[in-house]
Design a binder for this molecule. Structure first.
Ligand SMILES: Cc1cc2nc3c(=O)[nH]c(=O)nc-3n(C[C@H](O)[C@H](O)[C@H](O)COP(=O)(O)OP(=O)(O)OC[C@H]3O[C@@H](n4cnc5c(N)ncnc54)[C@H](O)[C@@H]3O)c2cc1C
Ligand code: SF4
Length: 379
């Protein structure tokens, strides 16, 4: 609030064109934007409400403390091929490179084409890391990754680990690391999260499309039309098969797990070292850094996180931002439950995937007209 006070101190009474005093206050150039940022951030702090468990209480987080403690950066990889294979700007690749280049390891989730599961594992090579790229729109499972991570640390007494996962998974890993006494050897990164759908919905969907043959490759966020207009495809028998009927079910919010609507990790201030996500709002806040192939948001919460990001800086394109300029819905509150959620799950249990795809995975005529109008207006 001290910062807000200092900004407001620069205010003067507004005057009309003839120099007469008017009601209201004006700000010198440049300060208006800063005041807007601080006010929106204080609103964000009020909305967090994370006073229990993982959340940090409003009393303990002053606006000033949040501004100084969490730093916001935008970044993207220089390597275009790696950028296109990443969901956002490739923050995962850049951060994991630091660990893999020095013989350390990364705990993250990747897709298993045999079981269709997204499962956490300990990886030590860039080949495995590259395979872990790409957002998968369903809940991943921990598998035996926690035990494997502990074992890896025992086998490598000087080694360090980077953990990358959703807020809830990062919290679980952090608690495990604390209980086992290896927190200081672990850097924890979490991912901004809209919510995950039940993995069962995906398993059934994968089985449904595998009637045509085995899934060989999978992308829920293919960026060929740009980062903001992703397509979703699987490769089966060497040919692309669209899977937008699945992503439509994911985006309509009806398929998200109930716990995601009460997620305590949908806040700006998080008890991890680094948070990564998409730098939405970039066109408005930093248009000069916009890139149609994706830009990552990197929120640095701790000194350990800062040291890691400092190692990455000269290898990527990056810029410093502000926590208010990169706000997005899931940094303020969890995704609200959609109306019709109960009906969705009833339909799923009663009728199966074919019915679900027709009812929830395809556009109605009204949807199609709305989308066409939107496209025409945005040209
Ligand atoms: C379900 C889901 C919801 C998301 N919602 C948002 C959002 O609302 N706002 C936002 O800014 N960003 C969101 N993201 C994050 C965003 O899509 C990117 O994953 C993130 O920015 C990292 O991109 P990248 O280019 O650095 O990484 P990439 O190279 O694409 O790597 C992706 C990383 O995500 C991990 N990952 C992929 N799928 C899962 C999964 N199901 N569970 C756990 N880890 C997974 C991989 O292991 C890897 O570490 C979401 C991601 C997912 C999976
Ligand atoms: S919304 Fe929250 S609870 Fe749901 S998967 Fe994401 S981090 Fe976990």
């Amino acid at each position: 609030m001290l910062r807000l006070y200092r900004m407001l101190r620069g205010m003067s009474c507004r005057r009309d064109r003839n120099g007469a005093r008017r009601r209201g206050l004006s700000l010198p150039d440049g300060r208006r934007r800063k005041v807007r940022q601080v006010l929106s951030l204080s609103l964000c702090v009020r909305l967090q409400g994370g006073s229990k468990g993982e959340g940090l209480s409003r009393k303990r987080i002053g606006v000033e403390m949040m501004m100084t403690e969490t730093k916001a950066y935008g970044m993207r990889l220089k390597d275009h091929e790696a950028l296109m294979a990443s969901s956002s700007g490739g923050a995962f690749t850049a951060l994991s490179d630091v660990f893999l280049n020095s013989g350390n390891a990364v705990v993250c989730s990747s897709f298993d084409f045999e079981t269709h599961r997204q499962e956490f594992r300990v990886i030590t090579s860039k080949k495995e890391r590259d395979a872990a790229r790409g957002s998968k729109y369903f809940q991943s499972v921990p598998g035996d990754s926690f035990r494997a991570a502990e074992q890896w640390l025992k086998d490598h007494p000087d080694g360090e680990l980077l953990f990358v996962g959703m807020g809830c998974q990062a919290a679980g890993f952090r608690s495990f690391a604390a209980a086992k006494g290896f927190s200081d050897r672990v850097t924890v990164t979490d991912i901004i999260c809209h919510g995950s759908s039940s993995p069962q919905l995906w398993y059934d969907y994968a089985e449904y499309i595998e009637k045509q043959g085995r899934i060989e490759a999978l992308s829920f966020r293919d960026k060929r039309n740009g980062w903001e207009r992703p397509t979703a495809v699987a490769v089966i028998n060497g040919s692309e098969v669209p899977i937008h009927t699945y992503t439509k079910m994911f985006y309509n919010r009806k398929a998200l797990r109930l716990s995601c609507h009460k997620c305590p990790y949908a806040t700006l201030r998080r008890a991890v070292d680094i948070t990564i996500g998409d730098f939405w709002n970039l066109k408005n806040s930093h248009p000069e850094h916009y890139d149609k192939d994706g830009v990552s948001l990197v929120l640095v919460h701790t000194e350990k996180g800062q040291r890691l990001f400092d190692e990455v800086r000269d290898k990527v394109l990056w810029f410093e931002s502000d926590t208010a300029d990169c706000l997005q819905k899931n940094l303020i509150a969890p995704t609200p439950a959609a109306s019709g959620r109960t009906r969705f799950w009833k339909d799923y249990h009663e009728h199966g995937m074919d019915y679900m795809i027709k009812k929830y995975g395809t556009d109605s005529t009204a949807d199609r007209v709305r989308k066409k109008l939107k496209r025409m207006l945005s040209k």
